[in-house]
Design a protein around this ligand. Structure first.
Ligand SMILES: Cc1cc2nc3c(=O)[nH]c(=O)nc-3n(C[C@H](O)[C@H](O)[C@H](O)COP(=O)(O)OP(=O)(O)OC[C@H]3O[C@@H](n4cnc5c(N)ncnc54)[C@H](O)[C@@H]3O)c2cc1C
Length: 455
């Protein structure tokens, strides 16, 4: 096979690029080193229960336009639920349940009124949220160097946010979307996220929730789409190196030793894998910066009980080392009375990730019992702890200037992936946007080459 384009890496960025190229009539060879595609978004079947288990719970939002376009193209839009109005539950162990609920007004009033009704804060505390709202309206996160020099904590302090606003709202949103401590992550990126979600169209702020495992929703339909077009997916195969001659990519060498000739290459591998495939005289200056990235962990504790005791579909725990509880039974539409499956998420988990799994399960159970006393009546049947040590790059202040652009000094070589210069944190949406951007660039190069041949 001599494909028009080789895409290296079968995560969301690689799949998006490959699907888009295929839908424009180009042949693609997608090479994935693991036995399965999906990268950091994948699921597998839990042997004991038959449940689809994600490597980690993923939430998307209505502002994930590229992701929604990708899901539409691969025919998987029906595999997610898009909330009609933003609705997020917060649980305090003593004060009970609170809800951030957008109302039926045009954006941004729909969220603003929702924030002003947030009962976990006093009236004055809620009023002070307006300072953040006004700052968001006028912020220019891509150009404002002062904002770009601040951490989320520093920015919130400048906006005189009371401590309780931080711990009961902003920090939860910041850790959830940026996956590291608000004391280190970039305020500019947080502003970008909040603006994308809360401004613009009403649907932007709605949560998009997978109804099935991640592979069923995002990966398998994409692989099927590719194989039905004139493209191929090679799993269990890694690209050993990219061959560049006279300023042009001419092919890739697989770990089998085989060389695949091609007219363009999209690298869709994470920052820590990229330098490996561009070596031996093909070292790209764009990749020198990858050493400035550090990763941040996410730990997910999957628990199965003989009966259910969590009412909500998903809920943020206030004042807890566990950030979110996802009621997978409810998300998967299981009937009440059946075995209950919960996923507990700890983001920015540097302090937890090195602990023994038994210790992490004990912490999870003790927190669940604190928030849900009825947990004591349920019997724990199965446990599974998944540690993703390199879940995302940590979007610390200053890291933006090291994110490489999609184009490189080599005219037919492009870089995709959540760590490239998407101006978004490491998310499915950033990955999908980078995939579409690289597909467009590759198509232009291929079309120009075709036009040149016809001259
Ligand atoms: C636990 C967890 C929870 C998350 N939660 C959310 C969330 O709620 N919402 C959200 O939007 N995002 C979330 N994310 C982030 C999101 O999953 C990532 O940003 C996104 O999946 C990254 O996609 P990618 O294609 O850039 O990289 P990856 O998914 O890492 O894909 C890269 C692929 O390249 C392959 N590869 C590497 N080297 C080679 C080689 N030499 N040859 C062939 N293949 C190679 C890898 O095996 C991998 O499959 C979460 C991530 C994790 C881990």
């Amino acid at each position: 096979m001599q494909p028009d384009v080789v895409v290296i890496g079968g995560g969301v960025s690689g799949l998006t690029a490959a699907v888009d190229l295929s839908s424009h009539g180009f042949s693609v060879l997608l090479v994935e080193q693991k036995q399965y595609c999906g990268g950091r978004t994948h699921s597998f079947i839990h042997k004991e229960t038959g449940d689809e288990v994600d490597n980690g719970q993923h939430l998307m939002m209505g502002c994930y336009r590229s992701t929604l376009k990708f899901l539409t193209t691969i025919g998987a839009l029906s595999a997610v639920t898009i909330q009609k109005n933003l609705s997020v539950a917060f649980l305090h162990s003593e004060r009970g349940l609170f809800r951030l609920q957008a109302v039926s007004l045009p954006a941004p009033l729909h969220v603003l009124v929702g924030l002003l009704r947030l009962k976990s804060l006093t009236f004055l505390q809620r009023l002070s949220l307006l300072r953040v709202g006004v700052a968001l309206l006028f912020a220019r996160p891509d150009d404002d160097t002062q904002l770009q020099s601040l951490t989320v904590s520093e920015w919130l302090a400048q906006l005189n946010q009371p401590e309780v606003n931080k711990t009961y709202l902003w920090d939860i949103l910041a850790i959830g979307t940026l996956n590291d401590s608000p004391s280190v992550v970039s305020a500019a990126l947080f502003v970008k996220v909040l603006r994308s979600a809360f401004l613009g169209r009403r649907v932007n702020s709605s949560m998009v929730i997978p109804k099935r495992g991640l592979s069923t929703v995002l990966v398998d339909p994409a692989v099927n789409f590719l194989t039905q077009k004139k493209s191929a997916v090679l799993t269990n195969t890694s690209v050993d190196r990219v061959v560049i001659k006279e300023g042009s990519v001419v092919g890739v060498v697989l770990n089998s030793g085989e060389t695949v000739s091609t007219r363009a290459v999209i690298s869709a591998v994470p920052y820590f894998d990229a330098p490996r495939i561009f070596r031996e005289g093909t070292q790209l200056s764009e990749l020198q910066s990858s050493r400035n990235f550090v990763s941040s962990a996410i730990v997910t504790v999957h628990l199965w009980f003989d009966k259910g005791f969590v009412g909500e579909e998903f809920v943020a725990l206030l004042d807890s080392p566990i950030h979110w509880v996802f009621n997978k039974s409810k998300m998967y539409g299981r009937r009440e009375g059946e075995i209950s499956y919960l996923s507990l998420v700890i983001s920015g988990a540097a302090n937890i990730v090195e602990r023994e799994k038994e210790e992490i399960v004990a912490l999870a159970i003790s927190e669940l019992s604190r928030f849900y006393p009825r947990c004591a009546d349920a019997t724990l049947i199965h446990t599974l702890v998944i540690k993703e040590k390199r879940a995302t790059f940590s979007p610390r202040v200053g890291v933006e200037r090291f994110r490489p652009s999609h184009t490189t000094a080599v005219k037919n070589l492009f870089l995709a992936g959540d760590w490239t210069d998407t101006k978004l944190p490491a998310t499915i949406e950033g990955a999908a946007q980078s995939g579409y951007a690289c597909s467009a660039l590759a198509r232009r190069v291929l079309r120009n080459a075709r036009d040149d041949r016809h001259l």
